[in-house]
Design a protein around this ligand. Sequence first.
Ligand code: ADP
Length: 579
Amino acid sequence: MKKSGYLRIFVSYYKPHWKLFALDMACALCICMVDLAFPIVSRSSMQTLLPQKLFSAFFVVMALLAGAYVLKSVFYFIVTYWGHLLGVRMEADIRRDLFHHMQDLSFSFYDKNRTGQLMSRVTGDLFEITELAHHGPEDLFISTVTILGAFCIMLTIRWQLALVVFAVIPVFVIFTAVSRKRMMDASTEVKAKLAGINGEVESSISGMRTAKAFANEDAESAKFNAANDQFRGAKRGYYKAMARYQSGMEFCMGILSVLVIAFGGFLIMRGEMDFIDLTTFALYVTAFITPIRKLSAFVEQFMQGMAGFRRFVELMRLEPDIQDAPDARDLTGVKGDILVDDVTFRYESAGESVLEHVKLHVRPGETVAVVGPSGGGKSTLCQLIPRFYDVTEGRILVDGQDVRELKQHSLRAQIGIVQQDVFLFAGTIYDNIRYGKPDATEAEIVEAARRAEIYDDILEMPDGFQTQVGERGVMLSGGQKQRVSIARIFLKNPPILILDEATSALDSVTEARIQSAFDELARGRTTLIIAHRLSTIRSASRIIVIDGCGIREEGTHEQLMARDGAYAQLYRAQRSTAV
Ligand code: ADP
């Protein structure tokens, strides 16, 4: 896409806030005017009123100038406060669009992108975009008006002196451009090292339990120290470049002042200029330098902000793989009939098919257990029913309707999923259960907790239902987390259930409680259980064995044992490890 395309989208974010933008620019213009007017107005009043001894008129002019500065401070306040607010509002809009878009993106997107990288992209890029959004137009506008205004006024004061200044300006511009480039390189290096250090901290903190278990804290510290040293080195490089730039600028400005005074003194000696002109001129020289610095900073800010914005637009342009068809229907009044009709599935990132020509019919209210070796495709099959991924070939029908023809939201509202790796949100147990039905009453939540066999555990916790579960639910045991997620499903009360049983070993009491909660949950619903432990299979009316390319066997426990095939082998293997 052309650069102008991104710029147009960027500018479109100003549209809803155009009034604020106009106010910001108008105030910025007034600030420029006051700054530009001060030296020239003082000069003319000194040159015209003082020689005629019109002191009262002179003080009136001075009072007016003081008044102008009062106004300038008001404009300054508006630009700083409302200008930043403009940036904040735009940031909120961009963040909102990004968040909504990321919610729409499909599972396959999250398979390919790491959460940490996405987070740093969202925070880092947005910061630079906001800085550009707020300061960019204002800096560009103020600098351009000031440079042009000062340029014209200096020409009118003494054009010969003005030419001396303009001859030196390219030196400033080149020096600034070169120094800024060095600073930018150094800053990129700092960012890279910072990302390294953040990655190190994130990985060390998330893996703290493992590090402690292996007593490997020293190795973790060594990795962290190395990243920290690199970051410190990069920061030193940046500050060196910055110090060189600022001292160089001071030098250039000093030399320019000497040149102006020397040449101006020469003109005064020749009677071609007076002291007042020279002082006024010197004031414009100072007024001229600041915008040049600002402009070079703007170029840098623009490049960084637009790079961030380009990444934002690219992310926004990613179409979700799974979208509602234009004529998608709502799924209502579901009986719970599921038909997997000759389905073949391949993950985008992996070449081989995980499922091949799978055919399965689950009747309303039936419980089917899916078993098979790890990696055999059990979870994959279950993820196709709520349409987290689209089938590569074949189709999946719920109550006779192809899931691709249904609205995703209405389809998923009819399906309850208990995942193996339960995700709890930081907050209270109460809120985590309520997640299944946001408008549930307290009585409903208590009832769901009872049916999920977690009620007694909750009462024993220090704050009962108000106990904080910690980030990702770390304060709860694996078994408790599973039962909280079962309670959510009791609240949601869907006609179709997909239960992915926890693989981690649970003690026999917990296992029995989860089992009984599962049984209670499955009653009267169409249920698919991914059974890692064959004890779960008790309540299933049918068992299917999936082994990496499709359904290998199908039948009841007794039938499959009598066949003495893959299931019988799996069963015997589990029995022998369990003993
Ligand atoms: P099971 O539930 O039987 O253990 P899965 O359905 O999780 O098996 O996995 C089946 C195969 O698909 C495995 O080889 C696994 O590596 C692969 N797989 C699972 N999820 C993904 C994914 N998101 N992207 C690519 N490959 C995947």
